[in-house]
Design a protein around this ligand. Sequence first.
Ligand SMILES: Cc1cc2nc3c(=O)[nH]c(=O)nc-3n(C[C@H](O)[C@H](O)[C@H](O)COP(=O)(O)OP(=O)(O)OC[C@H]3O[C@@H](n4cnc5c(N)ncnc54)[C@H](O)[C@@H]3O)c2cc1C
Length: 408
Amino acid sequence: MSMKYVIIGNSIASTGCIEGIRATDKDGSITVIGAEPHHVYGRPLISYLLEGKTDLERIKYRPDDFYEVNKCEFLSGVRAVKIDLKDKVVETENGGTIPYDKLLIATGSRPFVPRITGLEKYEYHTFMTLDDALRLDKKIRETANAKVLIIGAGLIGLKCAEALRKYASKITVVDMADRVLPSILDAEGAEIIKKHLEANGVDFVLSTAANLDDFKFDILCVCAGVIPETGLAKAAGLEVGRGIFIDDRAATTAIDVYAAGDCTESVSGVTGARGATPILPNAYIQGETAGINMAGGRAVCDKYIPMNAIGFFGKHILTAGVYDGETVTVKRDGGFKKLFIKDGLLKGYIFIDDFKRAGIYTALIRDKTDLSGIDSDALADDISLARVYKKNRRDEILKKTDLRGQGV
Ligand SMILES: Cc1cc2nc3c(=O)[nH]c(=O)nc-3n(C[C@H](O)[C@H](O)[C@H](O)COP(=O)(O)OP(=O)(O)OC[C@H]3O[C@@H](n4cnc5c(N)ncnc54)[C@H](O)[C@@H]3O)c2cc1C
C-alpha cells in the first residue's frame, strides 16, 4: 500500500525530509504544507538579498522543478492549524483536512520580540523571512540617509546590520549582553568581531536594555533571537521543552510523528546536553534522517555537534562544540584560533580567518578522540598536528574519522 507522507513547513528540514523519503520510497505521496508563499529558499541568504548581492532566483534552495521531480504536492501559502493524532490528519487554516501515515513537523522558529521600552510607539521590522527582507528593502530604499537601530547583536542582528550598512547613514546595534554574538563567541573572539564591525561603520551600545526614547532612528529592526515554533506540537500533546523533543531518529514522542530543524530539541550524542541546534546543516540532516525513517529505512543523527559558519564584511568565523576546559590560542596573519581542551578531549573551537585543518579538529570533537598524550600547543599548531602524531596514532585517528580526503 502506498504511504501518505505529510510535511508541515517548507524550508530546510522539509527539503531534507523530501530527499530522505525519496531515497527510500519512490512512490508514496508527499504533501508539503508551507505558510510562506514561496518556493523553498536558503534562509541565511536573505541578508545577501537585502544587501543586493543575490536575487530571488539565486536564493532558491532547490531548482524550480523540485516539487515536481520529487512528486510532491506543495500547498504554498497555507498554514496548518491542528494535528489530530487519533485520526491522523492535519487541519489547515482554509478548512482542509489532510490524512497522513507519517508526519513531519518542520515549523522552524519565529522571531522573539522582547519587552522593549517605547516599542509600542514605533513601527518595527523583524528579519527572518524572505518577506521580511523585501519589506526592509522597500523601507530602506524609500528612506534617504536612514538611521537604523537594531535590537540584538546576535547572528541575525549582525547579518541585518551588514546588509543595511551601505544604504544607511548610521547603524547602531543595542544589546543587553556585554558582547556581540554571545551564543557563539567567547569574550576574546567577540571583541575581534566587534572591532571589525565598528571599522566597517556599525556602532554598538552593549550591556544596555534598550529604551527607544534614548535613540534617534528612522528604521527599527528587532533581531533579539528566535523561539522554536512548537504550538501545533504542544497542542497535540507531544513532549515539548523549548523545542519539540526528538530522539536520534528524529522521532517525537507520538507514534508516526517526526520533527526536524529549528523547532526541535534533542540530546547531543557528543556533549550529552539536551538542547536546540538552530543552524541550517542540522535542520537538513535531521530532516533527511526523519525522511529515511518515515519511509521505512534506518538512519540516526547522533553525532551532531553545535557548529556555526558565518562571516561579516569579509571576516569569517567557524565555531564548533562547547567552550569548556583549558584554552590554547594561536594568533597569526590576522587570524585567531582557540581550542578548548578538557580531560584529554577537544571540546570546542573558535576559528576566525584561520581554518587550517578545521575538518580534523571537528572530527576530533565529534569522535571524542583521546588526545591525552598530546601537548596542547602541538594540537593547536596545524603543522605539528599533522606531524606529531606517530604514524600508528595518526592512522588510528584517520581510520576512525575517515578524513583521508581532507589533506592531512
Ligand atoms: C538572517 C538569518 C541568517 C542565518 N544565517 C545562518 C548561517 O549563516 N548559518 C546557519 O547554519 N544558519 C543560519 N541561519 C539559521 C537557518 O536559516 C535555520 O537554522 C534554518 O532555516 C532552519 O530550517 P528549518 O527548516 O528548521 O526552519 P525554517 O527555515 O525556520 O522554516 C520553517 C518553515 O515552516 C513554516 N511554518 C511554520 N509554522 C507553520 C504552519 N503551522 N503551517 C505551515 N508552515 C509553517 C514557516 O513559515 C517556515 O517557512 C540564519 C537564519 C536567519 C534568519
